[in-house]
Design a protein around this ligand. Structure first.
Ligand code: NAD
Length: 484
């Protein structure tokens, strides 16, 4: 019998943990047991959170960056101190294997806060002495109250990726985690509170999107900027909602990355990288590479090895350290993902491995588990190769040469990320230049320096965050022209 925790999640508004609004259940994806409940914010809670953030902005925006840095560093240290607890919470929230959370995931969350706290005190400013003796210089100042809206797949990473720069550059925030994964962000708020982040600087409200907390927040007149990560269709709705009040937006949206394996790649390494880019977080990952493109001379050899390795991945109890593939976030999402497998079958594709539920003991037999699935005999324009499935389901398509690989890889509406596997440096450079994707990994996956721009092309987003790109989004640039 499993011991289930129960998380009584609350809003965090103006330095207080408050309930308010009706409550909704939180389910553990691996068993569909209720493991907590959270309140749904209505207009009153959203107004209170935005008002608190507006009041706090007056002090926080004027506080020297060095002082903000000290407070944010304490917050990050508390995240590090609670590594084991946060790793477990992320598994309760998402259903991701605990092993994935233990391999550097929580330090990465702390680093999101630390990096921007340091960056905000070290960045410089532009200055242009003119020929006529005038001097133009640029001030970067915080914008105001930021609405931060996060998806359910990597909640702690998303919350800190948005909070870190917003706060470090002097804004205050109202953060809304996804309704399916509210626990981690609520716990982060407790840690921020304990670290001495002043009341109103961080506010966390819970609830749904349409006709709920999300919609209320994005249309609020006192919210000045929105950083949103989620589905492309939701981004379009938020953009329309934000338009009448001309809010600044940064959108990180869906993806359908290609993982291109050339015949000269190191096969063992290619299989290892492909396992991660296909099945990390059960494939519920915007940066995943679910479209494998394999050069024809190694197509059979690669597929044999990849299929063997995939079928050996342990699926089940996310808290078992041997588990490599956890549960999908919800029953509804499971139905959506398996619907794509049914569609592929109906279209005559071949399910090389997976495509069915694993046989698991109770209580995991009630969870949203799916065997990692490889689909072959598909065409690049088939729906399974075009739509974001967001689950442990990948397609494999052969190609002949670079030109064909580029055409297939770019032949989707998304442009978030891609993986290229080759030992030919010249080819790596050519592919890096030709692929339409915001981030391209050559012979690796999911490694990133926080200074580089992060975001997507085409339907994968608007704008970039990271390093000085975050500075640009989260600050107003003011030009001062000084006469002599
Ligand atoms: P989603 O768009 O359904 O929801 C994301 C967030 O938006 C949630 O908090 C939700 O409550 C809120 N929301 C929904 N409708 C809203 C509305 N009308 N107004 C305001 N808020 C609203 O996305 P999801 O299903 O939670 O997450 C999966 C998606 O996120 C995938 O498409 C994935 O690719 C994408 N994603 C992208 C990145 C990236 O960096 N590009 C990272 C992670 C996830």
């Amino acid at each position: 019998m499993m011991d289930y925790p129960f998380f009584h999640v609350s809003h965090y508004i103006d330095g207080q943990f408050v309930d308010g609004g009706s409550r909704f259940d939180i389910l553990y994806p691996a068993t569909n047991q209720v493991i907590g409940s959270a309140p749904e914010a209505g207009a009153d809670e959203v107004d209170a959170a935005v008002a608190a953030a507006s009041r706090a902005f007056r002090q926080w925006s004027r506080m020297p960056a060095a002082e903000r840095r000290l407070i944010l560093k304490r917050f990050a240290q508390l995240i590090r101190d609670h590594e084991a607890e946060l790793a477990a919470i992320e598994t309760w929230d998402v259903g991701r294997p605990i092993t994935e959370n233990r391999s550097g995931y929580i330090p990465r969350i702390a680093a999101n806060i630390e990096f921007f706290a340091d960056f905000a005190v070290t960045h410089g400013s532009e200055s242009y002495p003119m020929d006529n003796g005038y001097i133009n210089y640029v001030l970067r100042q915080p914008v105001g109250v930021a609405a931060l809206i996060a998806p359910w797949n990597i909640p702690l990473l998303q919350a800190t990726w948005k909070m870190g720069p917003a706060l470090a550059f002097g804004n205050t925030v109202v953060l809304k985690p996804a309704e399916l994964t509210p626990i981690g962000t609520w716990r982060l708020a407790q840690l921020a509170h304990a670290a001495g982040v002043p009341a109103g600087v961080i506010n966390v409200i819970h609830g749904f999107g349409p006709n709920s907390a999300g919609a209320l927040l994005t249309r609020h007149p006192d919210v000045k900027l929105i950083s949103f990560t989620g589905e492309t269709t939701t981004g379009k709705i938020i953009m329309a909602t934000a338009a009448p009040t001309l809010k600044r937006v940064s959108f990180e949206l869906g993806g359908k990355g290609a993982n291109i394996i050339f015949a000269d790649a190191d096969l063992d390494r290619a299989v290892a990288i492909s396992l991660r880019s296909s099945f990390f977080n059960q494939g519920e990952f915007c940066l995943a590479g679910p479209r494998l493109l394999v050069q024809r001379p190694i197509y059979e050899a690669f597929l044999t090895r990849f299929q063997r390795a995939t079928s050996q991945l342990q699926v089940g109890d996310p808290f078992d350290p041997q588990t490599r593939v956890g549960a999908l976030i919800s029953r509804e999402h499971y139905e959506r993902v398996t619907g794509f497998i049914d569609l592929a079958r109906a279209d005559g594709a071949h399910i090389l491995t997976g495509g069915t539920d694993p046989v698991l003991p109770e209580p995991f037999a009630q969870g949203n588990f799916l065997q990692p699935t490889i689909i072959t005999d598909v065409k690049p324009h088939d729906q399974v190769c075009q739509d974001e499935i967001f689950g442990p389901v990948v397609t494999v398509v052969p190609f002949d040469d670079e030109e064909e690989a580029i055409a297939i890889a770019n032949g989707v509406s998304y442009g978030l990320s891609a993986v290229v596997q080759t030992r030919d440096v010249g080819r790596a450079v050519r592919m890096g230049s030709a692929l339409e994707a915001g981030t391209i990994w050559i012979n690796d996956f999911f490694v990133r320096d926080l200074r580089v721009p992060f975001g997507g092309m085409k339907q994968s987003g608007i704008g970039r965050e990271g390093g000085h790109y975050s500075l640009e989004f989260y600050t107003e640039a003011k030009t001062i022209c000084l006469s002599n």
